[in-house]
Design a protein around this ligand. Structure first.
Ligand code: NAD
Length: 256
C-alpha cells in the first residue's frame, strides 16, 4: 500500500528530468497518487509532456503562473476531471540572470517585481484557486524554498527576498486555510544542480561549501527532497502546518 493511495496531486514546476518537481512527481506516483502536471510554456512542454506521460499523469496542462486566467483554467480542468484535489506542489521560481550576480544594490524595480511575482505571489494565486477544490477534504500544499531567504548568500540577491516573502506567505496561508483542514508547508532544499540553480552566480562555490561544512558532509539529492514531500503530502504529517522543513544535510544548524 502506498502512502498517497487515492490522493490527487497537482504538480507545478517540472522543466526537465533534473527538476525537483520531477523527483516529487515520480515519488508521488510510486506512493499511489494520481497526478496533474503543468508546464510553464511551449519551450518546456517538449520535455515535460513526455515525462508526464511516462509516469501516467492523468492531466498535463499549460500554466504560466503570471497569468490569473491560465491558473483559473488549470483548476477548472482539475475540478472537471477530479471534483477535488488533495495536494498542491509549487516548485517554481524565476529571477532574471542579471539580478542573480553582483551587488544586491543593482536590483532593478522590474527585476524585483518579476522575481517576487513568479517566485512568491504565485503560491498565493495557486492557493486561491485550489482552496475550493481542497476545502472539506483536507489537503496539503507544499512549496520549495532556499536558506538564502533567511540568510545572505552571494549572488542570491532578489531571490533571497522572494524566498523570504514565500516563507512568510506559507505562514499566512497556513493560517488562512487551516480552518478547512488544509496544511501549507515549505521544504528548504540544499543546493541542487538544476536549470534554476544554473542561473545563480557562484552556485558551485555554495554547493562545494555545503559538501565540506554540512553535518552530513555532502550535498542532498532531488530524491531526498521528494521523500520529504511525500511525508508532507501524506497523513503522516497531519499535525504539521506553516513549517519550513530543511532538507539540506543539516547545513542550516552550523554557525562557524
Ligand atoms: P527548475 O528550473 O527545474 O524548476 C523551476 C521551475 O519554475 C521550472 O519548471 C520553470 O518552468 C518554472 N517556472 C519559471 N517561471 C515560471 C512561470 N512564469 N510560470 C510557471 N512556471 C514557471 O529548478 P528547481 O531547482 O527544481 O527549482 C524548483 C524550486 O526549488 C524553485 O522554487 C527553486 O527556487 C527551489 N529550490 C531550488 C534549489 C536548487 O538548488 N536547485 C534549492 C532550494 C530551493
Amino acid at each position: 500500500m502506498g502512502l498517497l493511495d487515492g490522493k490527487k496531486a497537482a504538480i507545478f514546476g517540472i522543466a526537465n528530468e533534473k527538476s525537483i518537481a520531477w523527483a516529487i512527481a515520480q515519488a508521488f506516483r510510486r506512493e499511489g497518487a494520481e497526478l496533474a502536471v503543468t508546464y510553464a510554456n511551449e519551450t518546456v512542454a517538449k520535455r515535460v509532456i513526455p515525462l508526464a506521460e511516462s509516469i501516467g499523469a492523468s492531466l498535463v496542462l499549460p500554466c504560466d503562473v503570471r497569468s490569473d486566467a491560465e491558473i483559473k483554467d488549470v483548476f477548472a480542468e482539475i475540478g472537471k476531471a477530479w471534483g477535488g484535489i488533495d495536494t498542491l506542489v509549487h516548485s517554481i521560481a524565476f529571477g532574471s540572470k542579471e539580478e542573480l550576480k553582483g551587488s544586491f544594490l543593482n536590483t532593478t524595480r522590474e527585476g524585483f517585481a518579476l522575481a517576487l511575482d513568479v517566485s512568491a505571489y504565485s503560491l498565493i494565486a495557486l492557493m486561491k484557486e485550489a482552496h475550493p477544490l481542497m476545502a472539506g477534504k483536507g489537503g496539503s500544499a507544499i512549496t520549495l524554498t532556499y536558506y538564502g531567504g533567511q540568510k545572505v548568500f552571494p549572488s542570491y540577491n532578489v531571490m533571497g527576498v522572494a524566498k523570504a516573502a514565500l516563507e512568510m506567505s506559507v505562514r499566512y496561508l497556513a493560517e488562512a486555510v487551516g480552518g478547512d483542514a488544509i496544511r501549507v508547508n515549505a521544504i528548504s532544499a540544499g543546493p541542487l544542480k538544476t536549470l534554476a540553480s544554473a542561473g545563480v552566480g557562484g552556485f558551485n562555490q555554495i554547493a562545494g561549501h555545503v559538501a565540506e561544512k554540512a553535518p552530513l558532509r555532502r550535498n542532498i539529492t532531488q530524491e531526498e527532497v521528494a521523500g520529504a514531500a511525500v511525508y508532507l503530502a501524506s497523513s503522516l504529517s497531519s499535525g504539521v502546518s506553516g513549517e519550513v522543513h530543511f532538507v539540506d544535510s543539516g547545513y542550516n544548524i552550523i554557525g562557524l
